[in-house]
Design a protein around this ligand. Structure first.
Ligand SMILES: Cc1cc2nc3c(=O)[nH]c(=O)nc-3n(C[C@H](O)[C@H](O)[C@H](O)COP(=O)(O)O)c2cc1C
Length: 674
């Protein structure tokens, strides 16, 4: 399977066993810049899963450029810990690499004891929300020496290769960018001058590690920032890197400040492969592609079609470290999906919290959440085949319990079907693909259209019941809400009924806003039609934009709070609002709906009142737990655990983690990894 993915490659004189690299990814597992057991356990698991390269990083070359949440290698005393880590990664069969990091003007003062970060020029950064000080020539030399010294230490610590970060909008990118580099000395102005800092840094690092040591750089394939370097300029930048002694170029997308999504599921799978190809055409060293290379098919295609020589799998391996092994063994359907939801990774790191994974309960908890084989296999009945029930069932079966699932509807998946319905949210349906494959592999019987009642429980005599009966849409207490024809968001997402021209959605939380997109996208052209019209120049750019975003319904969202989308994660919020704007969705905040019918809405806003006719009114006001089993089971004296939304409104990670932990807790004792 996947012959391109699993062929070896040479970087400088190092042979890598396959084309899969785990890239640097801030985890925030320590607050003292040092490695700890959590890091060790995490990296061991990533390496064990079969990636060719495992990159430890970001690792700061000094504190000012990194902050206390980032690992640093700024003194020889740190070498021993890193040595232990490289040994562990190598023992698991992967090649340990390190990413050396300096954020420049992206350093957050709050993470560097309120010092002022430094950058090529004193230009305000929207990311760190601060104005850095311009680097003196001594600063420039100092940082370059710090890179060289950290690289020498990395080599001593047993790393096989060093990667310098020149992407994301960090220090080296800042020197390249006319927006951030306004220097008038030898380090600013012309291309040649803006190249000076990166080139000298690479040369000093090369001198520190020697000619045979693999040296990589991670670059932005396009800054995606108006006025900065686009993919018209980046090939020339790559040529500078190659000439300066770089052995491999890792191409990713833009900066933190860009308004083009780099991480969310809006970004199509492997979409930035074209950026890697753009660089590959300019250089002769191997090139890596990055971002949302979610499936083995997509990864193999990137390699086969010549976009890149290697692929980076970041969040993808957090969601399933064993992605490479499963792909190799032809078990791709059993790969836990990375939906790019960002809830456990980007949302966490952007608020200084430790990374976990919404879909993989073990990520970041590798040592304590071990699926042990049970000594006492028992009959476990799982009621409900939403994500909580499915995760509990799969985990309990892996532990060796005899599991059966009962689901009252006609299919597994529960609310995943709703989550995956709006445009660009289809990745959520990947969970259903995964659980189907696991149910199949573990031969777990699933009884559809079968609600769990007292007779069923008595006939099955389970030793334990996992109650995962979910929730139902809540109708808010507004006069008229029960009138005929008023739909809930869930009904709309599930059944996709015709809605008419003017549509009102009552409730501007995540579900209301996603439903607004779902409705607004009706009647718009799809990507294939767009490509067709574009190919034959059948419409002007403005008309294409109109066709993409102007569909058959006009949507107005009414939100009582002063701000809509308060429950949407930080890293995806702006993307959602950008989409809503593009689709022309009107959002009325601070607006209390006082009465409604299926075709009208009355409201109070700023002390005034309003009333308007619509073709369809939809309510999106959260959900109510459904847990009819708890009382019944208690009466029958059967032990049970309630998980997921039947215990209250939860997020996807609560459902999956809750299901997982409910299964682990079936056994007091926990054994070796399954
Ligand atoms: C929480 C988080 C932290 C990251 N930190 C870094 C970093 O320090 N250095 C870096 O080069 N990329 C970093 N990245 C980018 C990832 O390496 C990767 O390119 C990105 O997640 C897209 O690839 P993926 O879709 O496979 O995850 C980070 C990404 C996330 C989600």
């Amino acid at each position: 399977m996947y012959p391109y993915l699993f062929s070896p490659i040479r970087i400088n004189r190092l042979e890598i066993k396959n084309r899969i690299a785990y890239p640097a990814l801030g985890l925030a597992y320590s607050h003292d810049r040092r490695l700890n057991e959590r890091y060790f356990n995490y990296f061991r698991e990533i390496a064990r899963g079969g990636a060719g390269i495992v990159t430890v990083g970001p690792v700061g070359v000094d504190v000012l450029g990194a902050g206390f949440l980032v690992l640093t290698l700024d003194n020889d005393g740190a070498i021993a810990d890193f040595k232990r880590l490289t040994d562990a990664i190598r023992r698991e069969g992967a090649s340990p690499w390190i990413q050396l990091f300096h954020a420049g003007g992206y350093s957050h003062p709050i993470l560097i004891d309120m010092q002022t970060p430094m950058a090529p020029s004193a230009v305000f950064s929207n990311y760190s929300r601060t104005t850095p000080r311009a680097m003196s020539l001594e600063d420039i030399e100092g940082v370059q020496e710090a890179f060289a010294a950290a690289a020498r230490r990395a080599r001593e610590a047993g790393f096989d290769g060093v990667e310098i970060i020149a992407s994301g909008g960090y220090l080296l990118t800042q020197f390249w960018s006319p927006l951030k580099n306004q220097r008038t000395d030898d380090y600013g102005g012309s291309f040649e001058n803006r190249a000076r800092f990166p080139r000298e840094t690479i040369q000093k690092v090369r001198a520190a590690v020697g000619a045979a040591f693999p040296l990589g750089i991670r670059m932005a394939g396009n800054d995606f920032v108006p006025g900065s370097n686009s993919d018209a300029e980046t090939p020339a930048i790559a040529r500078v890197y190659e000439a300066a002694g770089i052995d491999v170029i890792n191409v990713t997308g833009g900066w933190h400040e860009t308004r083009v999504p780099q991480l969310p599921m809006d970004l199509p799978r492997a979409a930035y492969g074209y950026l890697a190809l753009n660089i590959k055409k300019a250089v002769s060293v191997p090139v890596m592609a990055s971002n949302r290379i979610a499936s083995p098919d997509a990864a193999d295609r990137l390699l086969r079609d010549g976009y890149a020589d290697m692929v980076n799998l970041g969040r993808v391996l957090i969601a399933d470290p064993f992605w490479p092994q499963k792909a190799f063994e032809g078990r791709a359907a059993e790969i836990r999906p990375c939906t790019a939801c960002g809830q456990g990774c980007s949302d966490q790191v952007f608020s200084g919290q430790a990374v976990f994974c919404a879909g993989n309960p073990r990520a970041g908890f590798e040592a304590e959440r071990i699926i042990g084989k049970t000594d006492a296999p028992r009959r476990i009945l799982v009621a409900g085949a939403g994500p909580a029930g499915l995760e509990a069932a799969v985990t309990a079966a892996q532990m060796g319990h005899r599991v059966e699932i009962f689901e009252q509807s006609g299919d597994i998946g529960g609310q995943l079907w709703l989550a995956g319905a709006p445009p660009h949210k289809q990745e959520y349906l990947e969970y259903i693909r995964y659980y189907r494959a696991m149910l199949n592999r573990l031969a777990i019987p699933v009884h559809l259209n079968t609600p769990v009642n007292a007779e069923l429980i008595q006939s099955r005599k389970p030793a334990h019941v996992i109650a995962a009966t979910g929730a139902e849409a809540l109708r808010p207490p507004i006069p008229g809400v029960d009138a005929e024809g008023v739909l809930t968001a869930w009904e709309v997402l599930r059944a996709n009924p015709p809605l008419g021209r003017e549509v009102a959605i009552i409730g501007g939380g995540a579900v209301g806003l996603e439903t607004a997109l779902f409705v607004a996208a009706k009647g718009t052209i799809n990507a294939e039609t767009l490509a067709f019209l574009f190919t034959y120049r059948a419409a002007a750019e403005e008309r294409l934009r109109e066709l993409l975003f102007n569909g058959s319904s006009k949507v107005t969202v009414f939100e009582m709070l002063p701000r809509a989308g308060g429950d949407v994660g930080r890293s995806t919020r702006w993307v959602l609002f950008e989409r809503l704007k593009q689709y022309g969705v009107a959002i009325e905040t601070g607006t209390k709906v006082t009465e409604l019918t299926a075709r009208s809405v009355s409201w109070e806003q700023d002390g005034g009142v309003g009333c308007r006719a619509f073709d369809q009114v939809i309510v999106a006001s959260g959900s109510r737990p459904v847990n009819p089993l708890a009382a019944r089971l208690a009466a029958l004296g059967i032990p049970f655990t309630a998980v997921g939304d039947c215990t209250g409104p939860r997020k996807i990670q609560d459902a999956i983690h809750g299901g997982f932990l409910a299964a682990l807790n079936l056994d007091q004792k926990q054994g070796v990894a399954a």
